[in-house]
Write a protein that binds this ligand. Structure first.
Ligand code: C2E
Ligand code: CA
Length: 655
């Protein structure tokens, strides 16, 4: 069973056990709560009964003592006290009767009142009080003898039997209450102990194994996430992290990039198993000819890297790389045959060639490319200019890597103007401007190139677009002026490409009808061209114009013209320059302009630096141009002033 299933199964079992234990604990707590609230209620009833019972013997005694005096008829205060006490006694008896019933004393008379039982005792006490209340009426009725006899009987009964019996009863009740209290306490501590035991059992039997298992799974997951499963070496992520860690400590180290020769052959002709055998053999040999402290990983199909902490001399790393090259040069036994193996290597040194992991890996890769050009089975070293470039790009990448927007990004605007000198700008192109805190101004292609490599092209492009829209909105413009934005392939192919652009436009209070989307020819060709074409068609349907940039430069593909409809084609700057110098180029340019216009696209000449270039474009039939000779890229306010000065506010008609 795969280990993830084992883990899931164990987790399920443990979760179930945990839930059962939790339910038990809950039931225990609930039962304990209900039980103790019931017991406490009873206990408070008992305390009230006890209090009442404790009063009665004294009341009886007082009545017994004062009754003879009261019966003489001469001591009015005594009679009043007797009557008052008797009434109090009747009140207490009534309340006690209710309580005694409630706490079940009547059903257990033997235990509560050993001699008489509760009911007779209460009746006796009641009769006692009633008789005490009869003394007054007897005296009033002129029967002092009867009153004296009653008082005497009360005196005897009260002192001799009733008071002791009541005292005895109250004591028994108190004793019983104490016993019950002790019992409640025992019950409580029992429940508490049970709950604690259950908690401890949960901790030992459930949480312990659970956390241990989770810990083991996490460790395994982490290990597997860092390991190349085929060779058991570190994978790209692990190598990059280890490299960053070493470099951050400022340790010198050497990096060797290894690319296997003949791997693809074996993989294609002998099958994947043979390819795997080669990779495993290469991994074993690499490990064997390096020190234990050296770090080795597989970072791609047949690409390995090793970094050697502490190695700072080129000679030293070259010697080690040579040893690796020889070790990898021996063929590998496979099913009674031998598979050819070999390797090309590139070396780079930190801090000499680069100081960040990314730059060092690229330097080693560039060294590898040089070695490959020199012939397979060799060791190469990066050229100093490569290293300088990688260092620089690494610094730019670092500035870009921070979350959020790139601080200090600006856009300049350059107008696209009619070559006949009449009317205002046809459109303005937004060009990103940014300065690195240490490296100074960075050209847009370099900035966007790095952004593309580290996956920041889309967010950077959106930031530039938002800035451009702000500048564009502030221009003194009539209807119809459009904003040209350069869209990288990444932006065009982004998942939310069209929606993302629309959201940025909407945030600026604009829509696609003010936009010209400039793309490179590559975005219209090949596989990405299919997706890019669909995105461009959607943009065009939404009202944007589509322009292809640098046409007739490095490549010139007529297939690009057969994709989505192009509104604008911008001629490459080098072609424009040659058109001004070479009649042949001018003839070709004129043909191209005619072709493109016939195809329905307006043509724009780019990078016009001289009047001759402008004239050549005009001669070739081109109507619009852009370049420093006409107007350089400017900040928004500069362009606004330029437009006012040049009376360039009138607008041209659409192509
Ligand atoms: P591009 O689209 O070809 O832009 C025109 C470039 O030519 C600009 O360079 C502009 O400053 C420059 N230029 C204008 N007139 C002349 C001239 O008369 N002579 C010469 N030699 N150059 C002239 P910049 O601003 O350095 O931009 C370079 C490239 O960077 C742009 O080429 C464009 O592809 C890219 N880029 C600029 N901004 C952005 C942006 O916001 N997003 C994206 N994705 N790419 C951008
Ligand atoms: Ca452009």
């Amino acid at each position: 069973m795969p280990w993830t299933d084992v883990g899931a199964q164990a987790m399920r079992r443990l979760t179930r056990a945990y839930l059962v234990a939790l339910a038990l604990l809950g039931a225990l707590i609930l039962a304990g709560g209900l039980l103790s609230s019931e017991l406490l209620r009873r206990q408070s009833d008992r305390a009230a009964a006890l209090h009442a019972a404790a009063q009665l013997p004294f009341t009886v005694q007082r009545i017994a003592r004062l009754a003879p005096l009261a019966a003489t008829g001469r001591d009015a205060p005594a009679l009043a006290t007797v009557e008052e006490e008797a009434r109090v006694m009747l009140g207490v008896l009534e309340r006690w009767g209710v309580l005694a019933e409630r706490i079940g004393l009547f059903s257990d008379p033997g235990a509560a009142f050993r001699h008489t039982g509760v009911q007779p005792l209460l009746q006796a006490a009641e009769s006692f009080a009633l008789r005490a209340l009869a003394i007054g009426p007897l005296l009033e009725a002129g029967q002092p003898d009867l009153a004296a006899a009653a008082a005497f009987a009360l005196h005897e009964e009260g002192k001799e039997t009733l008071a002791p019996l009541l005292r005895d009863g109250a004591n028994t009740l108190a004793l019983r209450t104490e016993t019950q209290m002790a019992w409640i306490q025992r019950l409580h501590s029992g429940l508490l102990t049970l709950a604690l035991l259950l908690l401890a059992a949960q901790a030992v039997l459930i949480f312990g194994p659970l956390t241990r298992r989770i810990g083991r799974l996490a460790a395994r997951l982490e290990r597997e996430a860092r390991t190349d499963s085929l060779t058991g070496l570190m994978n790209r992520r692990a190598v990059t992290e280890a490299l960053a860690l070493h470099l951050a400590r400022g340790e010198p180290l050497a990096l060797i990039a290894v690319d296997l020769d003949h791997f693809k052959e074996a993989n294609d002709t002998e099958g994947h198993e043979a390819g795997d055998a080669l990779l495993r053999a290469a991994a074993r040999r690499l490990r064997r000819c390096l020190r234990r402290t050296d770090i080795v990983g597989r970072i791609g199909g047949d690409e390995f890297v090793a970094f050697l902490p502490g190695v700072r001399e080129e000679g030293e790393v070259r010697a080690i790389a040579e040893r690796v090259r020889r070790a990898l040069h021996e063929s590998v036994p496979y099913r009674n045959r031998r598979l050819r193996l070999g390797a090309t290597l590139g070396v780079a040194l930190a801090p000499g060639d680069a100081t960040t992991g990314e730059a060092l890996l690229r330097a080693a890769d560039a060294a590898l490319m040089r070695a490959k050009r020199a012939g397979r089975g060799t060791v190469g070293r990066a050229a100093p200019e490569d290293s300088a470039r990688f260092q620089r790009e690494a610094a730019i990448a670092e500035a870009l890597a921070g979350a959020g927007e790139l601080p200090g990004l600006e856009v300049h605007l350059q107008p696209l103007l009619p070559l006949d000198g009449h009317g205002g700008p046809f459109a303005v192109e937004s060009l990103a401007r940014w300065s690195h805190p240490e490296l100074g101004p960075i050209r847009a292609p370099e900035l966007f190139g790095v952004a593309q490599r580290i996956g920041r092209a889309v967010s950077l492009g959106r930031q530039a677009l938002a800035l451009a829209l702000r500048e564009f909105s502030a221009l003194p413009r009539g209807e119809g002026l459009r904003l040209c934005v350069n869209l990288s392939a990444a932006e065009l192919l982004a998942e939310d490409g069209v929606e993302g652009l629309e959201a940025t436009l909407r945030a600026a209070g604009l829509d696609f009808s003010c936009l010209v989307v400039e793309v490179q020819e590559e975005s219209l060709l090949g596989r990405s061209g299919q997706r890019g074409g669909a995105a461009l068609a959607a943009l065009r349907a939404a009202g944007a114009w589509i322009a292809v940039d640098d046409f007739g430069g490095r490549n010139l593909s007529l297939a690009a013209l057969l994709g989505p409809r192009l509104d604008l084609v911008k001629l490459d700057r080098a072609l424009v320059a040659r058109m001004a110098r070479e009649p042949e180029a001018l003839r070709l340019g004129a043909g191209l302009v005619a072709l493109l216009r016939h195809h329905g696209a307006e043509v724009v000449g780019k990078g016009v630096e001289t009047a001759a270039e402008g004239a050549a474009l005009r001669a070739a039939g081109c109507r619009i141009a852009q370049g420093d000779a006409l107007a350089p890229p400017m900040t928004g306010p500069e362009l606004a002033a330029w437009m006012r000065e040049n009376g360039a506010l009138a607008l041209r008609s659409a192509p």
